[in-house]
Design a protein around this ligand. Structure first.
Ligand code: FAD
Length: 381
């Protein structure tokens, strides 16, 4: 499997999935047949995570093919990303605490043999080693494999979830502060407190089509415990009136800005912000950095073809820009951290409409959010 690096190709992948594989999605989605047979899920996450294609366009295209009832499972999955993001927006300290904990734990584990064996794919659990290598080579893992991987990491190898989440962020092309951090917290049993996810030998065997044997893992561990609890913050996600001519900054989570409805506003210039390892707390793999650079290059080319003034700059150069600017909201994560750490206050954020509307439903669990999915879908269809 090889991920594409342009919007045109990503849209092609989306169309092909809807045409050929969506019908059987809910029946087959939990199977991980291995990296050479990935057509039972969409494999769109690297594109959606970078905003190369967006949730609204995916849902609306899928609804042109099948009814909501036939599509419900797929639409729910697509909206998990919006939900996780909203959940984290309302509790941003979960992310900042995670980064702080990671810093301390990394120091403690830098020479730990079990940790080094795990990230080197040298444990005595064959399937785990295979997923480590697959993640490094293809920069993607099936959702079920991510759950098994995280469960084995935490409950069999007894390693801190924070290090596992970092390892995923480093290598995943879809690495995303919300989906990843909260996914790992969920497996550990601290997201839905007291409820952990335990991988089992039979489940792995069944959903990998018996590709692995002798899976000796801990199937009876208790959930991890945290003393920390997070209350909801008060934050409004209101768009500015867009009256003045300013520059617009876009980050690597919104790389198809020309398809956002700005109601006729002309920006002075578009600055596409590149955040590389010098300015990141979690160091990304070479593959991941290169992938991001290609997607940014594709966005730049598309803007240039439309004769829109645009340029790529490094995030560190933002400090030199003194004039006020708009920015497509980067969401909680490393790009937003940079703006906050450097106190770049002359930036007004523009929020995506789907986020503005949906995040109000992210104050509780996904079970509750699910009730609002028909409302969200109707509003943006
Ligand atoms: C421990 C752990 C870590 C994860 N880390 C990330 C991450 O960093 N980035 C990331 O994008 N996803 C993450 N996920 C969620 C999920 O595994 C991937 O989004 C999914 O595997 C992508 O494959 P796909 O595109 O074929 O999904 P499909 O099954 O085809 O789903 C369609 C789309 O729905 C969205 N989606 C589906 N499941 C989820 C989910 N559980 N959470 C959020 N969005 C979802 C994705 O945008 C995906 O492209 C993580 C899950 C776990 C358990």
């Amino acid at each position: 499997m090889k991920f594409k690096s342009s919007r045109a190709e990503a849209v092609g992948e989306l169309n092909q999935f809807i045409e050929n594989n969506l019908l059987e999605y809910s029946k087959l989605r939990n199977f991980d047949f291995g990296p050479q047979k990935r057509n039972n899920t969409s494999c769109l996450s690297p594109y959606v995570a970078h905003g190369l294609i967006n949730e609204t366009e995916i849902i609306n295209k899928s609804l042109k093919k099948f009814s909501f009832v036939k599509n419900e499972k797929f639409i729910q999955e697509v909206l998990w990303r919006v939900y996780w993001k909203g959940w984290l927006e309302l509790r941003p300290n979960v992310w900042t605490d995670y980064l702080q904990e990671l810093k301390d734990i990394k120091e403690k584990y830098k020479n730990n043999k079990d940790y080094l064996n795990a990230i080197g794919g040298k444990t005595n659990i064959e399937c785990f080693n295979e997923w480590v290598n697959e993640l490094k080579k293809f920069n993607y893992l099936h959702n079920h494999a991510r759950m098994w991987f995280a469960s084995i990491w935490i409950f069999t190898l007894n390693l801190p979830w924070q290090l596992g989440a970092e390892f995923f962020m480093k290598h995943l092309f879809d690495g995303d502060a919300a989906s990843n951090t909260l996914g790992w917290r969920w497996v550990a049993g601290i997201q839905t407190q007291g409820k952990n996810y335990l991988a089992t030998e039979w489940n792995i065997k069944k959903f990998t089509n018996n590709r692995f044997q002798n899976i000796k893992i801990n199937e009876k561990a208790a959930p991890k415990i945290t003393e920390k609890s997070y209350s909801l913050i008060e934050k409004s996600f209101i768009n500015p009136a867009l009256l003045k001519d300013k520059m617009l900054l876009i980050f690597d989570n919104n790389l198809s800005m020309e398809f956002i409805n700005f109601k006729g506003h002309n920006f002075k210039k578009i600055l596409i912000i590149s955040n590389t390892n010098e300015t990141r707390q979690i160091q990304l793999s070479e593959n991941t950095i290169n992938f991001k650079a290609l997607l940014i290059g594709d966005q730049l080319n598309r803007l240039k073809k439309k004769s829109i003034a645009a340029e790529v700059i490094k995030i560190d150069e933002l400090k030199n820009i003194k004039e006020p600017a708009y920015a497509l909201y980067p969401t909680v994560g490393e790009n937003f951290d940079y703006l906050q750490l450097n106190e770049l206050k002359n930036i007004e954020f523009i929020y995506r409409e789907i986020d503005q509307f949906s995040w109000q439903f992210c104050n509780k669990g996904f079970f509750n959010f699910k009730n609002y999915i028909p409302k969200i879908v109707t509003k943006f269809n």
